[in-house]
Design a protein around this ligand. Structure first.
Ligand code: SF4
Length: 209
């Protein structure tokens, strides 16, 4: 007989748990709350919250809203989302995960320090909500690479500062680091920041065990 074991570290990460708790608090108070994008990649949980009054909208639908409350999920959002909310008198319940928020702030600070002189590179998935929020900190200038094979597309004569989407693979991130180290010009500098969240990273060794 096949034995199925559940990883004791599995389940929603604390960022998602906090976002769900914030949504529940508001729904218990007012019965209606908008959410920008699915609050969690779990249809059962999304359905449960929908039954409580959560209305999930995409970015186009969000722009058409006025004078409502909206929850920003753990992935975070680019600055334009906050600007639209201010213009449309939308109250934000910000459930951006503190780990993502810290990463957004680090990228923004680096971008402002070395604007134009340096390539800000994000290892992540193009179009992913968290990555859009990170790229938004650089007015869209950050370069996104999705896999180690794409590291060769960087300009090695220019400084590189490398970050990662929080849920990416540490092994692949280190492959990218090794490639850049090998190819960076002696006239340029390279710094990397391991910004992978261990809430997710820790689950991979547990799954292997
Ligand atoms: S950064 Fe970590 S804790 Fe926060 S939402 Fe992402 S996976 Fe969850």
């Amino acid at each position: 007989m096949i034995q199925v074991e559940t990883d004791k570290e599995s389940g929603f990460c604390f960022g998602v748990v906090t976002a769900i708790r914030k949504a529940e608090e508001e729904l218990n108070k007012s019965g209606t709350l908008y959410c920008l994008g699915d609050i969690v990649h779990n249809s059962r949980e999304v359905e449960r919250l929908k039954a409580m009054g959560l209305i999930t909208v995409n970015h186009e639908e969000f722009k058409a809203l006025h004078s409502v409350k909206i929850l920003l999920r753990a992935h975070g959002e680019p600055p334009e989302t906050y600007e639209t909310a201010a213009l449309n008198n939308i109250e934000i319940i910000d459930a951006t995960c503190p780990v993502v928020l810290l990463l957004q702030n680090k990228i923004k600070e680096k971008y402002l320090q070395c604007h134009g002189e340096t390539q800000i590179v994000i290892y992540g998935k193009n179009g992913h909500a968290e990555v859009l929020g990170l790229v938004g900190q650089t007015k869209g200038e950050a370069i996104v690479i999705e896999k180690p094979e794409e590291a060769c597309l960087l300009n090695f004569n220019k400084n590189i500062r490398l970050y990662s989407q929080t849920t990416k693979s540490l092994e692949e991130f280190m492959e990218i680091v090794a490639y850049i180290r090998q190819h960076i010009s002696p006239h340029a500098s390279f710094e990397y920041y391991d910004t992978i969240c261990r809430q997710v990273g820790n689950q991979i060794p547990n799954i292997r065990d």
